[in-house]
Write a protein that binds this ligand. Structure first.
Ligand SMILES: Nc1ncnc2c1ncn2[C@@H]1O[C@H](COP(=O)(O)OP(=O)(O)O)[C@@H](O)[C@H]1O
Ligand SMILES: [Mg+2]
Length: 334
């Protein structure tokens, strides 16, 4: 009878309680994260108070996101859930780098564009694409050179990455091939990987020949997926780059190229006053090589300033923490 909520105590015991024992009945210590904005998205329930967690990442100090978890724990699913929420609630563009080919049903259901990049696909994106807004200083080629050096590192670099002389000759050639484009910026003048290859062959240094030879398979050989002009519509509000069928080495290159395409989109969207959400599954792959990691960090840091909202998805915390730059991207400590 005493245990019923009738406020009728038949047991003749009374007990005093200290503040800390009383506190267990009231969640005095819960911290809530609830932003009542129009564009706030759902992120789950507060484990202590069971209240909704609603956040507009654009309003946080740092909008960059990271989804961590063991394989099969639902990382990709939680990304899909956030994508669906963002697509319906906001006007933002959403771009996905999909190395496991698992986002296309969702993207197609929303009327988005799936771009399949593989050695047998007829859809191409050109890693050399550049636009006038590509960088906010006067020299868009300098940032593009950073990207192409990263690309070359994945292609040529051994354990130590690119050597200083190799970097110099590549950089010299990059400026040369873009000069022609900027004199007359029509799509037919957009450089291809092949132009870089030819420019390298024309240099005197033996290092240039070395790099050119490594590039050859990507230009004339069987891995020439990235030696074509862009022929797909990448202006849809929801774009998914399916790179599953690229082999292991090509996959990293594919992720880097997609990231660069996203950057191009972010720069264009900024002039239109639009935000760009970018989801990168298996993001740790890009933090393994030094130059590539440095470029990725640079781009992720720039995203915030330019209205980009990137989310990395990974189960490989070891590779992530091994990168010196995690704090710089996520504004967090180890
Ligand atoms: N909240 C959830 N409710 C029900 N099923 C889920 C949920 N999250 C994930 N799953 C299922 O669990 C499986 C693994 O999820 P997935 O997102 O692919 O994991 P990860 O990307 O972390 O490897 C999938 O079949 C997915 O549909
Ligand atoms: Mg997954």
């Amino acid at each position: 009878m005493s245990s019923l909520p009738l406020a009728y105590n038949q047991i003749d015991i009374q007990r005093g309680m200290t503040t800390s024992s009383t506190a267990i009945f009231v969640p005095f210590t819960t911290q809530e994260l609830f932003q009542p904005d129009k564009e706030a998205l759902y992120y789950g329930l507060n484990a202590l108070s069971n209240n909704l967690i609603m956040v507009d990442r654009k309003k946080l100090k740092n909008p960059n996101g990271l989804i961590l978890g063991t394989p099969g724990s639902g990382k990709s699913f939680s990304a899909k859930r956030e994508i669906a929420n963002a697509f319906l609630v906001t006007d933002d563009d959403v771009i996905i780098s999909d190395p496991e080919s698992e986002y296309s049903p969702l993207v197609e259901r929303f009327g988005g564009q799936v771009i399949k990049i593989s050695p047998t696909s007829s859809q191409f994106i050109n890693p050399m694409d550049i636009n006038m807004n590509y960088s906010d200083d006067d020299n868009p080629v300098a940032l593009k050179a950073d990207f192409i050096l990263s690309l070359c590192e994945l292609i040529v670099g051994g354990k130590e990455g690119l050597q200083p002389i190799e970097k110099t000759v590549i950089d010299r050639c990059i400026h040369k091939i873009y000069q022609k484009y900027f004199e007359n910026p029509v799509p037919e003048n957009m450089p291809l990987l092949e132009d870089l290859y030819n420019a390298l062959l024309a240099q005197e240094e033996s290092e240039a020949k070395h790099v050119a030879t490594a590039l050859e398979i990507y230009v004339h050989g069987s891995l020439n997926v990235f030696n074509h002009r862009t022929n797909v519509d990448i202006t849809n509000r929801l774009v998914c780059y399916d790179i599953k069928d690229l082999g292991k080495q090509l996959k990293k290159i594919g992720m880097l190229v997609v990231q660069d395409q996203v950057w191009g989109r972010v720069t264009e969207n900024r002039s239109a006053g639009k935000s760009t959400r970018y989801y990168m599954d298996e993001m740790h792959l890009l933090l393994r090589d030094e130059q590539t990691a440095a470029y990725t960090v640079e781009i992720w840091k720039r995203f915030r300033k330019w209205g980009g909202i990137p989310t990395g998805i990974t189960q490989n915390v070891k590779d992530l923490l091994a990168s010196k730059e995690v704090e710089n991207i996520f504004g967090a400590t180890r």
